[in-house]
Write a protein that binds this ligand. Structure first.
Ligand SMILES: C[S@@+](CC[C@H](N)C(=O)[O-])C[C@H]1O[C@@H](n2cnc3c(N)ncnc32)[C@H](O)[C@@H]1O
Length: 390
């Protein structure tokens, strides 16, 4: 009996102890499960964050690698130029400019910019080039239609307009929506000012380059391009008469902006020095654009250029500005349908040979060529043909 009672008490105690113990265990277990779940959730979140970080890092590495590659590619194009900061910065500009390699061939264009012996910088072949080969294409960094072609060509790319293209308000037209969009860099600013006095000055003095300066000024004001865009190009040396003619243009350009709602801050770069500096560079480096229509070979393009009434406009390019002149050139630039230029070899060119184009009508005699080059471009031609007296 005693034993029985003792057993019951003991069992009660045990069950009491067990009851308290299992309750605690259950609570502890619940906390443990919660902790494990919390830990798992933390791991999951950490892993997600890590994957994101890893992806971002590899993308930026890829971007860095691409930049490094393009820099390498352009350094390759301009090898032997490491000691020439001017040339290296030219290469950096090209790497961001949309001037394409020969689309039919993979790899960069077969050219590099380097110092010549006596004509400043020039363009050299990096491999053997065959007659008729496309060296590269070039998009203008600045272009403007001639005043006579204003209503006949696209105000952006200079493509001839179809007769069905409706004239736009303000009298300028674009050949496509793409050109209209690209023209936003200057169009909106340009349309805020009255250009009649400036255009009259260009018309009466038969000047085409101030129109390019006006466009560049609008591009700078809209933030589309930096004010020093053309600094890398060689400037012409100017006579006092040229400078005083430019000063008149500068006054008219500035007045047109002052009378519009352009702010002083937007105009801060527009000094007389800037205006003259830009014109002096355009004078040496601008190309007069004659469209060859659908022709891509030399004879047809020459025939087309003789047939065409006049130039459709003028444009400045980056890489083509480094081609020196030769009165018997081994390369030329042609325009098929718009201001996008195509640089082509006129004959077989050896690796390392300088590629030169002709700035003038090469059919003129020696003295006429020399006088054209000296008055228009400010240099005495040192090409083999001129040196031979031909
Ligand atoms: C369009 S730039 C050509 C690139 C220029 N050499 C440069 O360093 O930027 C024209 C200038 O190059 C030089 N040049 C080009 N062809 C020449 C030639 N046949 N003889 C002498 N100088 C030449 C003249 O100084 C000329 O004003």
């Amino acid at each position: 009996m005693m034993l029985c009672q003792m057993n019951k008490v003991f069992q009660k105690k045990i069950s009491a102890v067990n009851g308290i113990g299992s309750c605690q265990i259950r609570i502890v277990l619940r906390y443990q499960v919660l902790c494990v779940l919390l830990l798992l959730y933390c791991f999951y979140e950490l892993e997600k964050a890590y994957i994101k970080l890893w992806r971002a890092a590899s993308e930026s590495n890829m971007a860095r690698a691409t930049v490094r590659y393009s820099r390498w590619a352009w350094r390759f194009l301009t090898s032997n130029t490491q000691n020439e900061p001017f040339l290296s910065s030219a290469a950096a500009t090209f790497s961001t400019a949309p001037e394409n390699a020969n689309p039919g061939r993979p790899g960069p264009p077969p050219i590099r910019v380097a110092l010549t012996e006596s004509s400043g910088r020039g363009v050299f072949a990096t491999r053997k080039i065959e007659t008729g080969e496309l060296l590269h294409t070039a998009k203008p960094i600045l272009s403007h239609p001639s005043l006579s072609a204003l209503h006949k060509v696209c105000y952006f790319c200079l493509r001839k307009l179809k007769t069905t293209d409706a004239p736009q308000p303000h009298g300028v037209s674009y050949c496509s929506e793409e050109c209209r969009q690209q023209a936003k860099g200057f169009h909106d600013i340009e349309m805020t000012a009255d250009w009649s006095a400036y255009d009259d000055y260009c018309r009466s003095n038969r000047l085409k380059y101030p129109l390019l300066v006006k466009r560049l000024a609008c591009m700078v004001m809209s933030g589309a391009t930096p004010a020093n865009l053309l600094d890398i190009l060689q400037p012409a040396s100017l006579s006092p008469e040229m400078i005083s003619e430019m000063e008149e243009g500068y006054g008219l350009l500035r007045n047109a902006y002052i009378n519009s709602n352009i702010t002083d801050e937007q105009m801060s770069f527009l000094t007389k020095q800037w205006y003259i500096g830009i014109l002096s560079r355009i004078r040496i480096n601008a190309f007069r654009i004659e469209l060859a229509g659908g022709y891509d070979d030399l004879l047809s393009s020459l025939a087309a250029s003789i047939e065409s009434e006049a130039a459709v406009g003028n444009a400045v390019y980056m890489l083509p500005s480094f081609y020196n002149h030769d009165c018997d050139p081994n390369a030329h630039i042609i325009w098929i349908e718009n201001a996008d230029g195509r640089l082509k070899a006129l004959r077989d060119v050896d690796e390392g040979e300088e590629l030169r184009i002709c700035y003038i009508d090469a059919s003129m005699d020696h003295d006429a060529r020399q006088s054209f080059l000296s008055q228009g471009f400010g240099f005495q031609c040192n090409c083999p043909r001129c040196l031979s007296g031909d």
